[in-house]
Design a protein around this ligand. Structure first.
Ligand code: ADP
Length: 626
């Protein structure tokens, strides 16, 4: 059992890995596809971010100038971009000017930070929203085969975690990037402008940091991939267990499942720790090397101020210059450390974008022609010609042929797993055929639009799924324009009106996962009312196998009678008594039609149908082996 599941996890991982390989330059695609529409908040955000970070470099410079001109009084008070005529001559005036300018840059910085906050958040949030709905839309259009293969938890993880991670990158990442850009370019420029020789000393550690960071990125990248995969597996496991909680309890498998969840969680813990270990070694190491650069600047610059140019340096260096250098070189430490964090965010964003776009690019198993004309059902004749289909390589339905005339009923019977449900699903085009053709009124269903085809067909499945919402909403599901009166009429025809009226809030009673629980028979009648409201020309009916009591069965039969009238019906019958009057009965065995005819003819034939009938009527114990 454990081995099987592990295999499943592996193959599931592989399918996504295949997807990931197909996505080229995902971050570029992110900006190209979504960034363009959001250019306004993005450019406002980036410009404001740039301005705010540039302004933060001004105070240390003013401080240096002020120290030399006011306190040391050995230099002229001059500032780039400020006309000399604006600058007061007396030191106290210059002092207040400095204070005023510093305050102004702080205020400007705060305004810039606010605008940046608006722009980048607006940009990131909008994109997050758009990507999420686009991905959901793309996923929802995929054929059912896709959902059978994938774990819900994994898909949820893409729609939630990965999309959120992109948002974090678009907001935080871009901000950090401008900060790094401005600081590295701005600080370097300013340092070189003041004293290029000492600037070289300050910058000496940069190559070391660069190599160090590169190494870090190479190491951490595969680790993050691994973390993302284990999160997906953990989610899949949790989601599976919550869905199957009834089975877990009934099988007393709590301990077994606890162990499996513990294993998955442990796996996440291990891979995450592995990544964290690399990260927590990197950042202090980075700070240490940047700190070393700072100390070097302090020592060389300090000696220069004390004793004149040390070693092979030449030229003057004032206390003011020294103050500016000390302040600014400290500014290097944080951005360089942040650089690793940025790469980190970037790598994670690449991994997330690959998964998101991988899901968006997932090809539909259906060969859909967007320009196909709508299907208009006139007579409702359904024809299967040499229909063969399998979910995998193995054929589940083989060379099935039949025609159901307009308004007639065809019943499918046969042992479990014979392929009856599959035959019905093929008409809805949940899957495309391998060979053969299915026609409605002579038109190949592949040459009609999918929406019109499915609108003409009503499907009552064994289990009616109720969405979270009111009973009325559930009846009207798919017929969203229906009025309350339409809903009540459909419910009355489906013999559901009475029990619905008896619910605490009648038609407004909340049902679904967290609402009032309806019995299987009640749900089925809501499902029948739903289809009655849609009023399709063709009806697919998968009769419930669950044992319902005779009275409920009678109710359901009554509601079905209303539904079957004047429609072409393909029905899977488990209780043969319900299909005695069907125009044609097809007996399926291992995906092949083994008998066909009406009830009387099939009984006379004394084959599989007669045996099935005998078992159900209690005349024989079991189907004799033939
Ligand atoms: P029936 O309705 O007669 O009980 P089905 O059409 O449900 O039979 O199933 C026929 C066979 O197809 C079964 O062996 C079942 O395991 C297989 N099958 C059904 N659905 C899928 C699926 N989504 N993917 C793979 N195999 C499937």
């Amino acid at each position: 059992m454990t081995n099987d599941t592990d295999l499943d996890d592996d193959s599931e991982e592989k399918t996504f890995a295949v997807q990931r390989d197909r996505v080229d330059a995902p971050i570029r695609r992110l900006f190209a596809t979504y960034g363009r529409e959001q250019w306004f908040p993005l450019s406002v955000g980036l410009v404001a971010s740039l301005a705010a970070h540039l302004l933060s470099l001004v105070p240390p410079y003013i401080l240096g100038v002020a120290v030399d001109a006011i306190f040391n009084q050995n230099d002229l008070y001059e500032l780039p971009l400020v006309p000399q005529s604006w600058i007061p001559n007396d030191p106290i005036g210059q002092f207040w000017l400095s204070a005023g300018l510093i305050i102004a840059t702080f205020v400007g910085g705060a305004v810039g930070a606010w605008v940046k906050g608006w722009g980048l958040n607006e940009f990131a949030q909008s994109i997050q929203h758009e990507i999420r709905v686009d991905t959901y839309d793309a996923m929802q259009r995929l054929d059912l085969g896709f959902f059978a293969e994938k774990q819900t938890g994994e898909l949820m993880s893409i729609l939630n975690n990965d999309v959120n991670r992109l948002e974090q990158f678009l907001n935080g990442g871009l901000n950090v990037m401008t900060m790094i850009g401005v600081t590295v370019v701005g600080v370097t420029g300013l340092l070189v402008y003041i004293n290029w020789q000492l600037a070289l000393v300050t910058l000496a550690t940069v190559p070391v940091v660069a190599v160090f960071t590169h190494k870090f990125v190479q190491t951490i990248q595969p680790k993050y991939s691994e973390v993302r995969s284990t999160v997906g597996r953990l989610n899949a496991r949790l989601e599976n267990n919550l869905g199957g909680i009834e089975v877990i309890k009934a099988s007393s498998a709590e301990d077994y499942e606890f162990d499996r969840v513990t294993d998955s969680s442990q796996e996440y813990y291990d891979t995450n720790w592995d990544a964290i270990r690399t990260r927590i070694m990197f950042f202090p190491g980075l700070q240490l090397s940047s700190g070393f650069g700072f100390v070097l600047t302090f020592v060389v610059g300090g000696l220069w101020v004390f004793n004149g140019p040390p070693l092979f340096f030449s030229g003057g260096f004032s206390i003011g210059n020294f103050v500016t250098f000390v302040f600014l070189s400290q500014r290097f430490v944080w951005p360089l450390a942040q650089f690793g964090e940025f790469i980190n965010m970037y790598q994670q964003a690449v991994a997330s974008a690959e998964r998101v776009f991988g899901l968006m690019d997932e090809p539909s198993g259906l060969d859909i022609d967007d320009d196909a004309p709508d299907l208009t059902v006139t007579d409702g004749v359904v024809t299967y010609e040499n229909v063969t289909f399998g979910y995998d390589e193995e054929s589940i339905v083989e060379d099935v042929n039949f025609t159901v005339g307009g308004g007639e009923t065809l019943a499918l019977v046969g042992p479990t797993g014979a392929g009856k449900s599959t035959v019905l699903k093929l008409l809805l085009r949940f899957y495309d055929l391998e060979t053969g053709t299915i026609r409605v009124d002579g038109r190949d269903i592949r040459d009609t639009s999918l929406v019109s085809l499915r609108k003409s067909i009503g499907y009552v499945s064994q289990e009616t799924f109720l969405f979270a919402g009111t009973v009325a909403e559930n009846v009207a599901y798919g017929s969203f324009e229906a009025t309350r009166r339409d809903v009540i009429e459909a419910a009355k025809a489906a013999k559901a009106h009475e029990f619905i009226e008896d619910l605490p809030d009648g038609y407004d009673t909340e049902v679904g996962e967290r609402g009032v629980k309806l019995s299987g028979g009640q749900r089925q009648r809501v499902g029948i009312a739903r289809v009655l409201l849609q009023d399709p020309e063709i009806l697919l009916l998968d009769e419930a196998t669950s044992d319902v009591d005779t009275e409920t069965e009678l109710h359901i039969q009554e509601s079905l009678d209303a539904l079957l009238e004047d429609r072409t019906v393909l029905a899977i019958a488990h209780r043969l008594s319900t299909i005695k009057d069907a125009d044609t009965i097809l007996v399926l065995e291992d995906g092949q039609v083994v008998e066909r005819g009406d009830h009387r003819a099939l009984i006379a034939r004394d084959g599989l149908y007669a045996d099935l009938w005998g078992v159900q009527a209690g005349m024989i114990e079991d189907i004799p082996s033939r």
